[in-house]
Design a protein around this ligand. Structure first.
Ligand SMILES: NC(=O)c1ccc[n+]([C@@H]2O[C@H](COP(=O)([O-])OP(=O)(O)OC[C@H]3O[C@@H](n4cnc5c(N)ncnc54)[C@H](O)[C@@H]3O)[C@@H](O)[C@H]2O)c1
Length: 360
């Protein structure tokens, strides 16, 4: 029997899910308060109304972060399994709440960290577990992205720490570059909620937003690994993110957006499984493991929680920022941010420990 799929949230990233749903099942309906005009399935203004009118096996949720928990709960209580976009929840309390809903309903929830389904990520994790890179000194992730005013202006929740008193936590580490942290935790074998010993945050912003756009975060896992995340949305140009493993027998670099793995003995580009297809296979045969179960985002959610509870990001002084473009194209470039990110990554150090001019 084909899987009956509904998508909640179809503009933005949801458009990809709408296309993908028909590859692996039957797209039976969509829910979005802003109805699209080019879709030939029933459209409902809310998931509630969709579920009241339609039999659904899987709901894909690609909506603003602060709506994830109520919509996932609604879907699971109606008897559907869920593919929930990342970051799955905006707080540890929400994570624990949704974990209980999953337990009570017996439904399945896969989270949209697609880099966890990359053969490049999984092969590197296996190599590390087999000791192929020797002793691991640490793992770092670098993200040098450029986001313009149009990105933050597209939705009320963009760049917010809270909206109407509800946690959103839409910052560089927790949302646009969230895959970096999730992949680093997977490589360390530390995806669970109890696998994190501490999280040190060092958050800044150049944009006129609430959340961080230029940050370092150091995670220490219970295995004793230091994971250093160094990211910005204010780079001079967009560079593919990298997750770097520093081993006593050499360095490995994972480019999760292209499934490319640089190892001491060469570079390979590998394939990637599809999270929806995997969820459908898991429904048919629970012996097929999920690539990214909800439980396997507990470690990541500890990082979200630390950023949620951290002080507001410090404003990077004007002297360190150059503005380019006009209107929706306007964007800040933080001077020398690329070099500081590389140093933070090499030394597993926070910006404030490196004497970065805006961080002293
Ligand atoms: N996996 C990835 O690589 C990736 C990439 C981009 C975005 N995302 C995630 O996808 C989600 C959506 O991000 P976006 O940038 O597309 O957001 P967006 O705000 O641009 O679009 C959200 C969509 O959801 C709709 N919506 C809002 N509230 C709704 C509700 N209650 N019910 C149904 N629809 C609702 C909006 O009308 C809009 O169509 C976020 O969790 C984001 O982090 C994941």
């Amino acid at each position: 029997m084909t899987t009956r799929i509904a998508v909640a949230g179809v503009h933005g990233h949801g458009a990809t899910h709408v296309r993908n749903a028909s590859l692996y099942g039957d797209l039976v309906a969509i829910a979005d308060p802003r109805p699209p005009d080019d879709i030939d399935v029933p459209v409902y203004p809310s998931l509630d109304e969709l579920l009241a009118a339609t039999e659904v096996d899987v709901v894909i949720i690609s909506t603003p972060i602060q709506t994830h928990v109520p919509l996932a709960e609604l879907a699971m209580r109606s008897g559907a399994d869920v593919l929930l976009e990342k970051p799955p929840t905006a707080s540890l309390a929400e994570f624990e709440y949704l974990s209980k809903v999953i337990e009570e309903t017996g439904r399945v929830c896969q989270v949209g960290f697609q880099a966890q389904a990359s053969a490049a990520t999984l092969q590197l994790a296996q190599l590390m577990a087999d000791g192929g890179l020797g002793e691991i000194r640490g793992i770092s992730a670098t993200g040098k992205w450029l986001r313009k005013a149009g990105y933050f202006d597209r939705a009320a929740w963009a760049g917010r720490r809270t909206l109407n008193g509800v946690s959103v936590v839409d910052g560089a580490v927790t949302n646009p570059l969230a895959h970096s942290t999730a992949a680093a935790l997977l490589l360390d074998g530390s995806t669970g909620v109890d696998d994190i010993l501490s999280v040190e945050t060092d958050l800044y912003r150049a944009n006129d937003i609430e959340s961080d756009d230029t940050s370092t975060v150091r995670i220490t896992t219970t295995r004793g690994t230091s994971i250093l995340i160094a990211v910005t949305l204010c780079a001079a140009e967009h560079v593919d993110p990298a997750v770097i493993v520093h081993g006593s027998r050499g360095r490995a670099v994972l480019h999760y957006t292209t499934d490319t793995l640089e190892l001491p003995d060469g570079v390979q580009t590998l394939g990637r499984a599809d999270l929806l297809q995997n969820l459908i296979e898991h429904r048919a045969d629970p012996a097929v493991p999920l690539y990214c179960s909800f439980a396997a985002t507990g470690g990541f959610t500890r990082v979200v929680e630390a950023i949620r509870l951290a002080d507001e990001p410090a404003v990077i002084p004007d002297a360190n920022v150059v503005w380019e473009g006009e209107g929706a194209e306007r964007h800040p470039i933080v001077r020398d941010v690329e070099q500081w990110i590389d140093r933070a990554s090499d030394e597993l150090a926070l910006f404030k420990e490196l004497g970065v001019p805006w961080a002293v």
